[in-house]
Design a protein. Structure first.
Length: 347
């Protein structure tokens, strides 16, 4: 009898030990596979194209991405991550992310797309810089494409007006997408933007879509207020119809490559550059900045009037005074010049 009790006690102890071991194993398994594992405050983890597996794993450890790297390594081995491979991309990190989910994302390439938004970009170099900051490829790779004459021609542009193909908006694009594929995406969006209705309006103006964008860039350069864009567009269209010089100050600033100019002077007007619309008739070879959708639509839906002159208002509100005759324009110009002098704005 005593021996039976002793055996039962021994069995009970064994069962308790087994239970404890099972609980510990379950706890470790839960912590390794199912518990939130992200330690870093970084919003994303980036895996470069062709980055070796060992390099990625080392960075996860060195950058403190996970709370317990031993657990992460165990799950990675259990899920055969090395054999499956890690896909390049931009992976969203959140505090509730588990090792199992993180490894599953890395295996499957389940990355978050970049919400790439751009507007008010002045130069190709600026745009290339923004692309380089937002995607895996560097800015030089993008700039080389933006300056590629053959590539521009393949989309129906010249190197000078290629910049007008990029319609400011928000685009979802994967971080590791190749530069040429990104450019191609913008080309497709350009085709979508230029609907049959917009193309018909451009044709009615006797302008190509590229020319509309070039004029829109000048309108955008002149206008601080969207509601004034159609009126400014109408003025420049009047000048084009009359065969007059556009005489747009923003083109002179662009031609001088000096964007600190606040007051256009005779020395600025003297530059011999095809973008100087005080010397060369018609539209310049390409846009002087990235046109906005609002400025493009302002050209296509311009205000009809007889104005051929304009001058900034002397109240510095950003609006303009418009005139049909030189005499009216000179009165407006003198008011603005006096206002500039009063503020000691000399250049």
């Amino acid at each position: 009898m005593a021996e039976n009790r002793k055996n039962r006690r021994g069995l009970g102890i064994v069962l308790i030990i087994v239970l404890i071991v099972a609980l510990v194993a379950a706890f470790i398994g839960y912590q390794a596979f199912m518990a939130p594992s992200i330690a870093t405050d970084a919003e994303y983890f980036y895996v470069k194209t062709d980055e070796p597996y060992e390099s990625v794993i080392k960075r996860i450890e060195d950058e403190g991405v996970v709370k317990n790297f031993t657990y992460f390594s165990y799950v990675a081995k259990a899920m055969d991550l090395q054999s499956a491979g890690i896909k390049p991309g931009r992976y969203k990190l959140s505090k509730d992310l588990t090792n199992r989910r993180l490894i599953g994302n890395l295996r499957g390439g389940y990355q978050d797309a970049v919400k790439f938004r751009f507007q008010n970009i002045r130069l190709k170099e600026d745009f290339a810089g923004l692309l380089g900051k937002s995607f895996e490829a560097d800015s030089l790779a993008f700039l080389n494409l933006l300056n590629d004459e053959a590539l521009a021609k393949s989309y129906g542009f010249t190197k000078d007006n290629f910049y007008s193909m990029f319609i400011p908006n928000t685009y979802e694009i994967y971080w590791n997408t190749q530069p040429k594929e990104i450019i191609d995406r913008f080309g497709k969006e350009y085709e979508k933007f230029w609907t049959a209705e917009r193309k018909a309006k451009a044709e009615a103006l006797n302008l190509t879509t590229q020319e509309v964008s070039t004029l829109a860039s000048i309108v955008k350069g002149e206008a601080l207020h969207v509601d004034e864009m159609p009126k400014i567009a109408g003025l420049y269209l009047n000048r084009l119809k009359k065969g007059m010089l556009l005489q747009a100050d923003p083109t002179v600033i662009f031609a001088n490559n000096d964007f600190t100019i606040r007051r256009v002077l005779n020395r600025h007007l003297a530059i011999d550059n095809p973008y100087n619309t005080y010397r060369y008739k018609g539209l310049p070879p390409g846009p002087i900045m990235m046109p906005s959708i609002a400025s493009i639509d302002a050209v296509l839906n311009f205000n009809q009037h007889n104005y051929i002159y304009m001058c900034a208002k002397d109240d510095f509100s950003g609006y303009h005074l418009f005139a049909e005759t030189v005499a009216e324009h000179l009165v407006n110009a003198r008011k603005f010049q006096r206002a500039l002098d009063a503020r000691n704005i000399k250049k």
